[in-house]
Design a protein around this ligand. Sequence first.
Ligand code: FAD
Ligand code: DLZ
Ligand code: SF4
Length: 506
Amino acid sequence: MLGDQLSPDISSLRDASKKDDVILIAEVMEEATYVPHHKKKIAFLFAAMRHFAQELKSAGYTVRYAALDDPLNQGSLRAETARALEDHPSLTQVIATKPGEWRLLQDMELWADILPVPVDLREDTRFIVPLKAFNAWAEGRKQLRMEYFYRDVRRQTGLLMDGDQPEGGQWNYDSENRKRLPKSMTTPQRFLPKPDALTQDVIALVAERFPDNFGDLDPWVFATTRAGAEEARDHFLSEILPGFGDWQDAMARGEPWMWHSLLSVYINCGLLDPLDVCRRAEAEWKAGRAPLNAVEGFIRQIIGWREYVRGIYWLKMPAYAELNTLNAHRPLPDFYWTGETDMRCMAEAIGQTRRHAYAHHIQRLMITGNFALLAGLSPAQVNEWYLLVYADAYEWVELPNTHGMALHADGGLMASKPYAASGNYISRMSDYCESCSYDVKQRTGAKACPFNFLYWDFIDRHQERFKNNPRMAMICKSLDRMQPSERAAIRAEAEKFLDGLRLKTL
Ligand code: FAD
Ligand code: DLZ
Ligand code: SF4
């Protein structure tokens, strides 16, 4: 069982015998280093894996747990599986649920030829839409828009449905979910558990073995047991969900969580079941404890976006990762690692990413993602950054969000227009600009907000591509109306700024 398969009802355990079978869970350097993950991501996952092993043992299974510091640990999942087979000659078969990353699936598909016993690789049934059904949905469609997929999943699950109509008469309440945080509003208290003894041991191990990896181990913010994840879920549903909709897109200084659920880490590694979380959220609405715009918005993220990006990933890999439609090649600037930049919005988003291995959706999309898009940063480098810095990141979910949604590197397969925005958007949705050394109202000049000149420079560079896109035509026309001198000044400002970016010094 892999580190993100910590679910007792997973397909690999479907017919497991407590008497005869051995459940193998292994901490291995290969998985811990294929990208240099955030320290907190490794510590979270190892601690959750160790707790899950205890959970299975308590349920009566025989569990073989390979700790990273076991001197006999062979360093890869394949080699640890081979070692387990040597130590248990009575075992006749390897059974596993397919991994969430294409890279590892390629490897595991070879196991049957390499290992001395047959290998049964089973579908991951923890998702609501099987991949076959997603492929059938996608077949023959010119555009793979999430909204239509989502409506089908609503019908299929019956979530927020009144017969064959959506509850409240609308499928989507996003237009109600774009409020800016009023100054007087305070964000809710979060459920941020303290690490138990087992987790503390893992934190010490990670500190010792991965001292140079990105990110802080302190302060600890994640539960590492199923019971802890369930407590986090229940706290979110009762205390925070009612405000989820209204301020879903808002950002505020020193406020990493806002009204977001912080549940992706638990859902993605199997500690929480996505459909169960949605049914519980629906129950909050039915009981009158949370409004429809909040509950619909939350459920859409899980049964809509989460299922949709997984479908896209497996439909389009491996070619998907190689696409670079906007021909972006600039290396990642140093401040993506240090957070040291005068751009307040970037410093906030990257700073909390370092501290917590977490940033919420709008920060990922409209701050760090938007900057990467406008600055023409290399999709390969940006994808790797997102994959390693967030505790919830596995390629099946990270790549489409980064490559498709944020960078538009897939040429618009996922999003009909690039999520490009100038400083004006950031100023509208946050209080970041108020304490920034740049001026969000200026387009050029020493104090001009970089998001402004980079935005117009981006439109300028890609005008040919976007002018026929109905959702971009207006902005392309605005560029045409600009004085040539203004346009040249923007270009010069952008060039000077981009050329001045410091790269990572190793
Ligand atoms: P909430 O805002 O509370 O949302 C509720 C749940 O909906 C999340 O827990 C998650 O399970 C799901 N969800 C929301 N948006 C998405 C989405 N776009 N795709 C898939 N599931 C979604 N999510 C990841 O789980 N792993 C990633 O590696 C990841 N990388 C991203 C990279 C970029 C550039 C962008 C723009 C988004 C990325 N997301 C990723 C999606 C989203 O930002 C996170 O799921 C969310 O921020 C997690 O925090 P939360 O649990 O508080 O989410
Ligand atoms: C992310 C990760 C890390 C850091 N370490 C391990 C590990 O030691 N053992 C393991 O089984 N899984 C780990 N994982 C999760 C895997 O990388 C994940 O299962 C694959 O990427 C497929 O999603
Ligand atoms: Fe970000 Fe520009 Fe606002 Fe500064 S002024 S916080 S750089 S959007």
